[in-house]
Design a protein around this ligand. Sequence first.
Ligand SMILES: O=C(CO)COP(=O)(O)O
Length: 253
Amino acid sequence: MARKFFVGGNWKCNGTVAEVNKIVKLLNEADVPSEDVVEVVISPPFVFLPQVKAVLRSDFAVAAQNAWVRKGGAYTGEISAEMLINLEIPWVILGHSERRALLKESNEFVADKVAYALSQGLKVIACIGETLEQREAGETLNVVSEQTKAIAEKIKDWSNVVLAYEPVWAIGTGKVATPVQAQEVHADLRSWLATNVSSEVAESVRIIYGGSVNAGNCVELAGQPDVDGFLVGGASLKAEFVDIIRSALVSKS
Ligand SMILES: O=C(CO)COP(=O)(O)O
């Protein structure tokens, strides 16, 4: 079965009540391909999740940007997977490079979070990606396969996982990976999954690209055979996010 195109909008730590209402209005009025063609998931900061969920069109879903690594309790400032489930938030982004770098989330910690979130019934957008230094040292495949391996060692069922390849050097920099660079890593990841998990998982897991995706570069990227969608930061706060959703209609080369 073909992998359904997936477009995530990661709002990161941005927004006010008024701004959130404005973006949601824009999304609600947008003419986009049907749910059969594209899965759209919007990820506002925690505090806006109920607000967005209450008014967002029903063919788009919402995601949290993080969740605690285990059952909730005495963890001041954290949000648990159970709370997200209780609020009927279906998705969570885990392992974003900003958290890996700034909050020192290790491969193992991210993998534990992925496993726990899945065990509670959440669907997970698991982020991986290399730094510029690692790419220049020829370490890209090593880095992304180690990040994926940590997850693979802790989960059995990949059906609720989307893998987001986000090269750190492309995030928020305007330096998008070329379609060739993105395709190369996505294909390598798929063959890593085929060898180390199973050919079924390799075929079915969506591998999406993130890092300076915009209306101008999404079409060419979407045309790559192993690019199954996007995780969009900056441009997900703007009207061009709608154009990025529409790139789901691009035919694969
Ligand atoms: O980190 C990202 C999405 O999670 C990408 O961010 P930008 O699209 O702003 O580069």
